[in-house]
Write a protein that binds this ligand. Sequence first.
Ligand SMILES: C[S@@+](CC[C@H](N)C(=O)[O-])C[C@H]1O[C@@H](n2cnc3c(N)ncnc32)[C@H](O)[C@@H]1O
Length: 611
Amino acid sequence: MADASGSSMADTLPSKEETPDNLLQVSGNDDVKTDVKAADESEATSDPSVYRYIKEELFTSEIYKVEIRNLPKFVGFNDLKKFLAKHGLNPHKIKLFGKQTFAFVTFRNEEERDKAMKMVHGMQWKGQVLSVRLAKPKADPIVRKRRQEEEESVGGQPPSKRAGGDQEEEPLSVQIANVVTPLWNVPYEEQLRRKEQEVVGVLQRLAKEIGNTNKAMLPWLFAQKGKYNKMCCPLETIQPSPTQTEYRNKCEFLISVGADGEDKTIGFRLGKYKGGSCAVVGPSDTRHVSAEAKRVVSEFQTFIRTTPYSVYSPETYEGHWKQLTVRTTRTKQAMAVVFFNPQKLEEEELSALKNSMREYFTEGDGKDSGVTSLYFVREGQRTSPNPEDMPCELVAGESCIHEELLGLRFRISPHSFFQVNTAAAEVLYSAVGEWAQLDQDSTVLDVCCGTGTIGISLAKRVKKVIGIELCQEAVEDAKVNAKLNGLSNIEFHCGKAEDVFPNILSALVSPHVTAIVDPPRAGLHSKVILSIRRAEHLKRLVYVACNAKAAMNNFIDLCRAPSNRVHGAPFRPVRSMAVDLFPQTMHVEMLLLLERVDYDSQKQQPPPPQQ
Ligand SMILES: C[S@@+](CC[C@H](N)C(=O)[O-])C[C@H]1O[C@@H](n2cnc3c(N)ncnc32)[C@H](O)[C@@H]1O
């Protein structure tokens, strides 16, 4: 699962995304309480510092925010998103508040916001006349919390000390383990059992949903539920990760003040920014981080402590050092990408800093750190929501790293996605290959293909592979990777799957088409699902889900009865399995094989479309 930067990463790591801009991420009604409070405060507060994060050169959609009032009762996040999409509006974030009849919606720019205001204000929806007005940006939670603490402070004592009394705190190594590897003290067998249970829950729910949305499947469903513990299909034994510690090949570390009081510390954030904490703890005791990554962190920490530049504070927006991303490979290469806010530094100062960094890691004390690819990112200069647009300068070494997987070789660029657990990805891809039942006549559609790993691992068995991927850098990698592995029956297309997939699919005439989809956490856009449904020559689909709950709507749409909206025979789930790519955390990857219902071979008439 991942994000636009390429992280399907079912990732527990605190990341740079917890900036104020992202605290109001598009979501359903999950954190209603916090945000009702935030909504009140965005009206009430007059403290200007809580809005300091809105600086002209930074992208934040909070400045293009509106409040839509008088919504019909019981509309959900998806209803509102669809309603706005129907009118050509594409919001950046939507926030609804439980049973309330208002929502906050942000846009990417003034033009889109103004268009929404004009269009939606006065519009009728389910008998309600909507009203729209400008809304204030959300207050920065950490600054708000500090203000609160100051107000509550008695005799200068920080509130944490007052509340804590004599209670002993757990050591920092335990506290951070609880945050980033919450299952660290659970035996691995038990971790696997819990994850399998999660997937059982998903398949049981899917059985219910299929029953509700496709009555023609009820006899089949009834038999399946009877055989498979109320699930819609059999669940095979969960596949463990070959290694359960030090397995991560990519980690995003923050640079901040250490929870132990040490300045300029590189590590994981102990609490959430939303909860008012910026302190970090180094990864030396963190189980899933590799020894190689720990070495890079340690060298980087030594280096930044020699520089005159302070750590960036998301509270004051001052300071420089912000984040370090480390990627390592089995081939003993390491990519380090450091995020630095230049503030008002002159170009010469920045050049001098980059030169000293280059020297340190190529000739100085850092030369044994293992870094083979060193990047410098000017963090404060982001003017767009797309992380690929961030200027990423190569300071030393190679521009890419290379990983080995299933006997193949893969180039990886800084923005490209790559599964974070290489050994477990081999288990996952092997199962995908087996389940897809391919032969020399098959055409494979590798949807959300990243650096081409899945398609490339299958290409020798099939006639043709077509990969589709949003990230330009990943597509370039995928093309190089096909060549590196001597493959010529494979092509890659760059774009959003929802834009390019329908045309690719309708142009395909082969009767042996299999789709393998591996989308980011939120799942596939409904346009992709609808075109899969319409393409009746596509009989088999392997769905790789890094968040099976979030993929539920996709599963339901693949299986629901045909209707005016959904054309083409439905699919039904026939096989499923979990693969543990993320030991010590609750995340797990789920595989679901779906096959097209073949009415002909069942001597069954397709049911009339349901309205
Ligand atoms: C979970 S990763 C899977 C990548 C690849 N299959 C692998 O195993 O390495 C999801 C990929 O989808 C890409 N992506 C995100 N949104 C997309 C979209 N709308 N259309 C196409 N690709 C998208 C991401 O850049 C990322 O590379």
